[in-house]
Design a protein around this ligand. Structure first.
Ligand code: IPM
Ligand code: MG
Length: 359
């Protein structure tokens, strides 16, 4: 097996704690010779501001450029919250995404059977839930220019939501291709009744569909309605295709269908690179207490094996082990329904034990 280079970016808040559990899993697969990953670390976010004066240091960028794949914990700190934009921890993550051209963000929303009762939504609404949000990740209002402030007595702030046809087409192509491997249904979410950027979005999705993917069932939905439908009847969706900000919001909303935001992984992909991270943030309020759920991070490792390392076997072992551990009643605080719960590292250890049984 050829060696692959992995870059680890633990980041801030709960990031280092969940990264430590992911490494237990990676070390185990290396030891079992089911993978051959060498890894090194770099700073991003608040810790990078502290150590290097910038959230995305040159050294991190160099290492990212050379890595075969990247695992990221989380970024965001209270300490740097009031910094000017380019010195906020989040800018480090956005710079990483932009510089590696990670325009595809894959956020699978699926429910482990064992957690049916952990969601605040009725079991019959979410049983067997399995949808995926494809979020455009390096365009829209997150990156649009001009942006800034007009200072004065009645200070204002402004941003620009902008999408070109090409930007929309390339992310749509990914969503349509993915839907072919699923149930050939795509719902494109926009706000075309109000926003010009969404009108171009809808036109470009429609055109690509007509030209290349007419066999796929395509629906368009306004984002406010989509937010409501996700709670009312989430199983009506299969692939949700949407722009950057809407995808950010809808994926947090959808995570609660699965019991906890601590359960959901993501992959951010370019045509060649992949960064894998949980969708939850740095959660400074629960950091360093040993209670954060490491499963979103470990599922991100599973996605890395599937998407960047072409190792579906390991990916499946991880997912099955998580299912079994949850079934056996080993639960972290967020999914324990106020009953007994295990710590972050006990969950990691339980998973490592379970994986050993599978190989
Ligand atoms: C996410 C996060 C990021 C985003 C933040 C940390 C910049 O919320 O990955 O969903 O808004 O994209
Ligand atoms: Mg988010």
């Amino acid at each position: 097996m050829t060696e692959k280079k992995l870059l680890l970016l633990p980041g801030d808040g709960v990031g280092p704690e969940i990264m430590a559990e992911a490494i237990k899993v990676i070390d185990l697969f290396n030891k079992l010779k089911l993978s051959n990953l060498s890894y090194e670390y770099a700073d991003i976010g608040g810790i990078a501001i502290d150590n290097h004066g910038t959230p995305y240091p040159e050294e991190t960028s160099m290492k990212a450029g050379k890595a075969d794949c990247i695992l990221l914990g989380a970024v965001g700190t209270k300490k740097h919250e009031k910094n000017e934009n380019k010195l906020k921890p989040e800018s480090g993550l956005l710079a990483l995404r932009k510089s590696l051209d990670l325009y595809i963000n894959v956020r699978p929303i699926f429910l482990f059977d064992a957690l049916l009762e952990s969601s605040t939504i009725k079991p019959e609404i979410i049983k067997n839930l399995d949808i995926v949000i494809i979020r455009e990740l390096i365009g829209g209002v997150y990156f649009g220019e001009p942006r800034g402030f007009h200072d004065g007595p009645n200070r204002s702030g402004f941003n620009t939501m902008i999408y070109s046809e090409n930007e929309v087409s390339r992310i749509s192509q990914y969503a349509f291709d993915l839907s072919k491997k699923r149930s050939s249904r795509v719902t494109s979410v926009d706000k075309a009744n109000v926003l010009e950027a969404s009108q171009v979005w809808r036109d470009a999705v429609t055109k690509l569909h007509k030209d290349k993917y007419s066999e796929i069932k395509l629906d368009h939905m306004y984002v406010d309605n989509a937010a409501m439908q996700l709670i009312k009847d989430p199983k009506q969706f299969d692939v949700i295709l949407t722009e950057n900000l809407f995808g950010d919001i809808l994926s947090d909303e959808a995570s609660m269908l699965t019991g906890s935001i601590g359960m959901l992984p993501s992959a951010s992909l370019s045509d060649i690179n992949g960064v894998y991270e949980p969708i939850h943030g740095s959660a400074p309020d629960i950091a360093d207490k040993g209670i954060v759920n490491p499963i979103a991070m470990i599922l991100s490792v599973a996605m890395m094996f599937e998407y960047s390392l072409d190792n579906i076997k390991v990916s499946n072992i991880i997912k099955n082990s998580i299912e079994n551990v949850l079934k056996s009643g080993v639960l972290t605080k967020d999914i324990s329904l106020e009953k007994e719960f295990v710590s972050t590292s006990e969950m990691g250890d339980a998973l490592v034990e379970e994986i050993r049984k599978h190989v």
